[in-house]
Design a protein around this ligand. Structure first.
Ligand code: DOR
Ligand code: ZN
Length: 343
């Protein structure tokens, strides 16, 4: 196959940051995706409807006019989120989910939740209003091995959470393990997961190939090959519980290539092409459209896109870098050749 036409996809997990750098990263997502769920982990975080609406305007201001790209906003859950804010968010129609970061788990998560029980009234309101909870599914306990943090999260946090809020809509974001794929595969309809391109394409060896490679470091960190295979099996099965969320997370080159480098992989420049390569490797290109264009919209209760995109089997080279304010942004697979290209 050298040409693939699918319904326009959406990105159900995206970081675009703020201010000047929006001008670089938003057009990358808008070249392909119809909609994207925008993560709220700015400094300071987006915790109110008013802030989210202002942030949406800043994104809209840099969206190329010839693109029909829509930013779907989220709120950042804190210990102090007011349950009434959820009603406000729902009424705004611009806010589509609330994001849970365990305090200290990852980039800009300092204001995250210290103990889920502090947010029960908010979760109750979300359950009632049908507002999805998006989980960064890792425990932060330093006693737990960094490669086990997702699996432990499922046992210690997610299972009790589902027991307490049995009809709360939940997305376990950027899953990385066999345990998560199996758990979500067996969970009820209103519990789903997103999967990034990097977790489908690479295992943890990639971080250490010939030296330490910070541009392959994200959280949750890449796992063993058996886990990558489980994720490929999950998407190849055509199960509607799994859908596209790039977690594209731009950081400046200096913040990545650093003695304490930031977590985050930038993939927006070639997101759909990365997924096409992963699905092709798995012999599952026929399952790409459901994963990329249907199941996420269905989960969020939004109409599927109607326009189409075409991917061509046409080699091209990813640039070395993009401008990122006064710095550089190193894209995933910088200076490497891609087999698929958006037409
Ligand atoms: O690798 C990551 N980068 N994981 C996250 O959870 C946050 C993200 C970011 O914002 O950079
Ligand atoms: Zn993320």
């Amino acid at each position: 196959m050298d040409k693939l036409t699918i319904t326009q996809p959406d990105d159900w997990h995206l970081h675009v940051r703020d201010a000047e750098v929006l001008k670089t990263v938003v057009p990358h997502s808008a070249r392909c995706f119809g909609r994207a769920i925008i993560m709220p982990n700015l400094k300071p975080p987006v915790t109110t409807t008013t802030q989210a609406l202002a942030y949406r305007q800043r994104i809209q201001a840099v969206t190329p006019e010839n693109r029909n790209f829509q930013a779907l906003m989220t709120l950042y859950l804190t210990d102090n989120t007011d349950p009434q804010e959820i009603q406000k968010a729902k009424d705004s129609t611009a806010i589509h989910a609330v994001k849970y970061y365990p305090a200290g788990a990852t980039t800009n998560s300092d204001s995250g939740v210290t103990d889920l029980s502090k947010t029960y009234a908010v979760l109750e309101a979300m359950q009632t209003l049908g507002m999805p909870l998006l989980l960064h599914g890792e425990v932060t306990d330093s006693q737990v091995d960094v490669f086990d943090r997702e699996a432990v999260f499922i046992d210690k946090i997610l299972i009790p959470l589902i027991k307490r809020f049995p009809s709360l809509k939940i997305v376990l974001e950027h899953i990385t393990t066999r345990q998560a794929a199996e758990f979500i595969g067996a969970a009820p309809e209103h519990i789903a997961a997103t999967i990034t391109p990097q977790h489908l394409l690479y295992n943890r060896n990639e971080i250490f190939k010939g030296g330490i490679r910070p541009h392959y470091f994200c959280l949750p960190v890449l796992k063993r090959e058996q886990h990558r295979q489980a994720l490929l099996d999950a998407v190849s099965s055509g199960n509607r519980k799994f859908f596209l969320g790039t977690d594209s997370a731009p950081h400046s080159q200096a913040n990545k290539e650093n003695a304490c480098g930031c977590a985050g992989i930038y993939s927006a420049h070639a997101a759909i092409e990365f997924y096409a390569e992963a699905f092709e490797q798995a012999g599952a290109l026929d399952k790409l459209e459901g994963f990329a264009s249907f199941y996420g919209a269905d989960f969020y209760g939004l109409p599927r896109n109607t326009s189409k995109i075409t991917l061509l089997k046409q080699a091209w080279t990813i640039p070395d870098y993009y401008h990122f304010n006064d710095e550089k942004l190193i894209p995933l697979n910088a200076n490497q050749t891609m087999r698929w290209q958006l037409g």
